[in-house]
Design a binder for this molecule. Structure first.
Ligand code: SF4
Length: 313
């Protein structure tokens, strides 16, 4: 019997185009981590779909050799939801920026957390709208002024981790684009998690954000790396008994407290995780046939699938 070979990073590489990002951009680190994580996950490229919104991050599906869809500004989560429900065998990765997901897409962000469809959401968080020349994004702190801004920001920032906790995300983590090994591990963990998994990935934009630079994260000014791994300090964000409301509240409070830690020390890793029924579980409990049927059953690459859509009309 032939033994299927596991995919390698090369299997996910696009060789006929080069990423259209500025030199030194954290997007390269996230792209590399995605390809390595997909190889570790062991899914073939045709079993993976990468969906993106609009922004510099939105170009990522162009550079990964899987199925991909570059969608509208702020709508990546809606499309990822539809893709996963249409073909539950796919590994679905949603990719977007902080402006895309926490700004125009904020309503979808909240309701995707409530729904808990089984996919992974990677947010490239660099504090600016890089594609449109560096305006303040929803994660820029009040009072910050990067070189592209004539005056400091006058409104408060969104706390993505806090928003995710209150929205019901069942896996919430923070990564750093330049910490490859740790980021690959987080993406693999997020894909293995059953439910919607968010990784807020801090990412330098060397062209427009001259405050959150690689040197800042390295801690050149304070003499030590600012980012540190929560796991190294014994932090455990996983809820071990999902029926225990006291444990849930304690773990959510701990994650929220960690999300505000900023300055000389910035925590990385899984802040909160809980195993709860997914949206797919809910649909299956009402319509058992949902578990066995897929909109894409019988579909092959390249075929006209319009007749298959009738199944769910
Ligand atoms: Fe990266 Fe910033 Fe350039 Fe966009 S503008 S590609 S985020 S460095």
């Amino acid at each position: 019997m032939a033994v299927a070979t596991l995919p390698t990073v090369k299997d996910f590489a696009v060789t006929d185009s080069h990423p259209d990002w500025c030199g030194g951009c954290g997007d390269f680190g996230i792209l590399n981590a995605v390809k390595q994580a997909l190889a570790q996950r062991g899914r073939a490229p045709h079993d993976v779909m990468v969906v993106s919104g609009i922004g510099c991050s939105g170009k990522l599906p162009h550079y990964v050799r899987t199925y991909g869809l570059h969608t509208l500004h702020g709508r990546v989560l809606n499309v990822a939801t539809g893709v996963k429900l249409a073909n539950r065998d796919l590994e679905v990765l949603a990719v977007g920026g902080d402006g895309d997901g926490y700004g125009i897409g904020a309503g979808y962000f909240v309701n995707s957390g409530r729904r808990n469809v089984d996919f992974t959401y990677l947010v490239h968080n660099n504090g600016v709208y890089g594609l449109t020349k560096g305006q303040a994004s929803p994660t820029m702190q009040r009072g910050m002024q990067v070189k592209s801004m004539p005056e400091p920001a006058i409104i408060d920032a969104v706390n993505p981790i806090g928003l995710a906790i209150s929205s019901g995300y069942t896996f919430i983590a923070r990564g750093y684009a330049m910490a490859q090994r740790e980021l690959v591990g987080l993406i693999v963990q997020a894909m293995e998690h059953r439910g919607t998994a968010l990784i807020d990935i801090l990412q330098p934009c060397p062209v427009y954000n001259d405050l959150l630079t690689i040197d800042f994260f390295r801690g050149r000014d304070i003499g030590h790396q600012r980012t540190y791994a929560l796991a190294d300090e014994g932090y455990d964000g996983k809820v071990h008994d999902p029926s225990n409301i006291d444990e849930i509240v304690a773990k959510q409070q701990a994650a929220l407290a960690k999300s505000y830690e900023w300055g000389d020390r910035i925590p990385m890793g899984v802040l909160y995780q809980i195993d709860l029924p997914t949206f797919e579980d809910g649909v299956t409990s009402r319509r058992p046939e949902f578990e066995k049927t897929s909109l894409m059953d019988g579909a092959r690459p390249g075929m006209d699938v319009s007749s298959l859509e009738d199944r769910f009309r």
